[in-house]
Design a protein around this ligand. Structure first.
Ligand SMILES: *[C@@H]1O[C@H](CO)[C@@H](O)[C@H](O)[C@H]1NC(C)=O
Ligand SMILES: *[C@@H]1O[C@H](CO)[C@@H](O)[C@H](O)[C@H]1NC(C)=O
Length: 303
């Protein structure tokens, strides 16, 4: 786990935002259907027929059944399939069929969400099957990770805490190449808590948007592992994604793995991994949809 002791210093630095450049659209016309036209490297979309216990076995789960979760918990204890959340943009279009073939998935945390002996964190993070820590196909060339998020009003976050929700951690666990986060980023008092934020490897925010209370929000992050850049795409509801940053310089080296879910940091400590305050009787969740990583070689990004 990357521990950020210099985040306060980094908060003082700002990044000039460059004007966004739109990608080649892969033949997508901008209509409301969201076809995935680029080759999928890892598919984390949840087929409608999948059950919670399917997530406990590597033969049926799209994710690693063993990571990253509280000791003694199974993924079937952690995930929910909300039925009143609607379907996110890339789940409703699927591939060739325009009918909903995929459903949303909710990741939850509780007091039991303590991974190994990390008593400071509460966490549950999905790793794509096949996303090995070294030599993963998802850390070569140009790749785009897609995810849509929606709040669960019955399992709200406490935004006085710092949350990591989607990130890529280097193979030696010394840093994250990027973080998609919300809440109160420790040591960065200038950032509002109620936004979704994309931070670079130096934990500097490169883009943010307000959290929507009741709409799907769709994100994509393109990582160019040759040119060492990252670029953010965003839309609300069923709107096509738009590029919201240029391809900004970022150190994408060090291989490693993607993770999708919830990592809630404690408050009141400088040792966030091991100590600090977490409220009891935790019942928090975040709804995900449209999870996949596509090959963006040649500039292909599904919008
Ligand atoms: C569309 O979905 C139906 C029902 O699942 C399936 O039989 C058919 O093969 C699909 N068509 C394509 C082109 O994927
Ligand atoms: C939210 O987090 C803050 C900081 O840890 C804590 O003081 C507060 O009690 C929490 N709120 C709830 C409702 O648990």
């Amino acid at each position: 786990m990357a521990i950020r002791t210099i985040s306060a210093l980094l908060a003082l630095l700002t990044i000039a935002s460059a004007s966004p450049r739109q990608p080649r659209s892969c033949g997508h016309t901008g209509a409301t259907t969201a076809e995935i036209k680029c080759p999928i490297i890892f598919d984390g979309r949840i087929k409608s027929a999948l059950t919670a216990t399917d997530f406990d076995s590597s033969s049926t789960s799209p994710f690693n059944p063993d990571y990253v979760k509280g000791q003694g918990l199974k993924w079937s204890d952690i995930i929910l399939f909300p039925t009143d959340a609607g379907t996110s943009r890339f789940d409703s279009a699927g591939d060739a069929n325009a009918t909903a073939e995929y459903k949303p998935l909710e990741v939850t945390i509780s007091d039991k969400s303590i991974f190994q002996n990390q008593n400071g964190f509460r966490r549950a993070g999905l790793q794509f099957q096949g996303d090995s820590n070294n030599d993963s196909p998802a850390v070569k060339g140009v790749k785009t990770i897609h995810f849509s998020v929606k709040l669960d009003p019955t399992r709200p976050f406490n935004l006085s805490h710092e949350y990591l929700n989607v990130w890529h951690e280097a193979a030696d666990y010394s840093a994250n190449q990027f973080n998609f986060q919300t809440g109160t980023i420790i040591g960065q008092t200038g950032l509002p808590k109620d936004t979704w934020k994309v931070l670079n490897r130096q934990n500097r925010q490169i883009w943010s948007t307000p959290i929507e209370r009741s709409d799907w929000q769709n994100f994509a992050i393109t990582l160019d592992f040759d040119k060492n850049t990252l670029q953010v795409y965003y839309s609300k509801g069923n709107d096509p994604l738009k590029s919201v940053t240029s391809a900004v310089a970022n150190d994408n080296s060090g291989a490693g793995q993607y993770q999708v879910g919830i990592l809630k940091k404690p408050t009141g400590t400088s040792d966030v991994v091991n100590s600090g305050f977490q409220e009891r009787y935790l019942n928090e969740g975040l709804i995900y949809g449209g999870l996949f990583i596509e090959n963006s070689n040649g500039g292909c990004v599904s919008l």
